[in-house]
Ligand binder design. Structure first.
Ligand SMILES: *Cc1c(COP(=O)(O)O)cnc(C)c1O
Length: 384
């Protein structure tokens, strides 16, 4: 069997697994040992130590993630934020400038606005949906362009191929937060992105029981990031590695169910008289539909919608829902519902919300793997 004949569904189970198996074990046992006997390693980064992210529990994840996204190397980190901040700090130094999409994940946006500026790193926010405005924001010291595969909470897909072309033309490092898509729906490095980032807390792990991150890319970038990560110390504990490894094996099954559930729910909501707007790239009426169809292998498990009657009515609907738990986060087996302005986007000012087109009554639904019929019935009773 040729390598390219192997489908994603098979790779997620078998790729990167130790060969031969460790003591014949079907699973990689947890190597809960901070340090390992010195065996002639030539460099600091090669010494076996948990902070250096190189126990057998790390290595199997690195190999698997690199193969899944078709890149040379991957690294796991202590959280999504650790993956993001470590990568930004690898490529940006004092006096550099960053271009970033304007409605990034809240933690990332805050880090760019408040922490990077303390190090003398400038930024400008851009609308990733509108390439015509990127040139005007470009500076002679711009080093990095940063976007997300599927935006939050409006669930849009930017012209990602144009982001790659723009970065190549101007010699920028292109970084993308691929959390909302996961490798099952999008492989950024294959399209030409330099660095793909994940909160593995979400779809990759899928069981809402650990916090973890991942960085995926080619050399020499990955070696530079690896050194930075070793110094900043954002390592993943072997026990969390084990859980992430176990969780990842069902990624393909989970995300297929989440995509199909989300599609059915989006259609139901779109036809409901109490709902005034639905954001889901799988709806043909969505401005992201064509792009998502061309770039992604599915439309994802995230959607958002507006009910008639404003914030009061939105909160009433959310409190009446029996199946989804009310909280931020996403990508797990269970459905979660939140009003982003109360949680993930609570740091945005009224002006920024207006500028980003985020309605205060917007409800975001992270669709789980429950029965679509049960979820739709639950939404139906909550909306009535
Ligand atoms: C959750 C999330 C993060 C942060 O990840 P943590 O694992 O919580 O540190 C970053 N980006 C996106 C898109 C997320 O959803």
């Amino acid at each position: 069997m040729k390598k390219q004949d192997i489908s994603f569904d098979t790779k997620i189970i078998h790729s990167g697994e130790p060969d031969p198996r460790i003591e014949g074990a079907a699973n990689v046992p947890i190597f809960q040992s901070s340090t390992f006997e010195y065996s002639g390693q030539k460099s600091y980064d090669d010494l076996k130590y948990i902070r250096l992210n190189n126990t057998p529990n790390h290595i199997v994840l690195h190999e698997k993630l690199a193969i899944l996204e078709g890149a040379e190397r991957a690294l796991v980190t202590s959280s999504g934020m650790s993956a993001i901040t470590t990568s930004l700090l690898t490529f940006l130094k004092s006096g550099d400038h960053l271009l970033a999409h304007k409605t990034l994940y809240g933690g990332t946006a805050d880090y760019v606005k408040h922490d990077l500026t303390e190090y003398g790193i400038e930024f400008d926010f851009i609308d990733a949906m509108d390439p015509s405005e990127w040139n005007a924001k470009l500076k002679s010291n711009t080093k990095v362009i940063y976007v997300e595969t599927i935006t939050n909470p409006l669930i849009e897909v930017a012209p990602l191929d144009e982001v790659v072309a723009f970065a190549k033309k101007h010699g920028l490092i292109s970084m993308i937060d691929n959390t909302f898509a996961s490798p099952a729906l999008f492989c950024p490095v294959q399209l030409g992105f330099d660095i793909s980032l994940h909160s593995a807390t979400k779809f990759l792990n899928g069981h809402t029981d650990i916090v973890a991150g991942a960085i995926i890319g080619n050399e020499p970038h990955m070696s530079n990031i690896n050194s930075k990560l070793n110094h900043l110390g954002g390592c993943l504990d072997p026990n969390a590695c084990f859980l992430l490894h176990r969780g990842m094996k069902t990624l393909s099954l989970r995300i297929k169910r989440q995509c199909s559930n989300a599609m059915k729910i989006a259609i139901f909501l779109n036809d409901h008289e109490m709902v005034s707007h639905v954001n889901y790239p799988g709806l043909e009426s969505s401005p992201s539909y064509q792009r998502a169809k061309e770039l992604l292998c599915g439309f994802g498990g995230m959607l958002s919608f507006i009910v008639k009657g404003g914030i009061e009515e939105a909160d009433k609907v959310m409190s009446k829902l029996k199946i989804p738990m009310c909280t931020a986060s996403m990508g797990g087996v269970e459905s979660l519902v939140t009003r982003p302005v109360q949680t993930s986007h609570s740091l945005l000012s009224d002006e920024e919300l207006l500028e980003s087109g985020i309605d205060k009554s917007l409800i975001r639904l992270a669709v789980g793997i429950e029965s679509a019929t049960d979820l739709i019935n639950d939404l139906d009773q909550a909306l009535s």
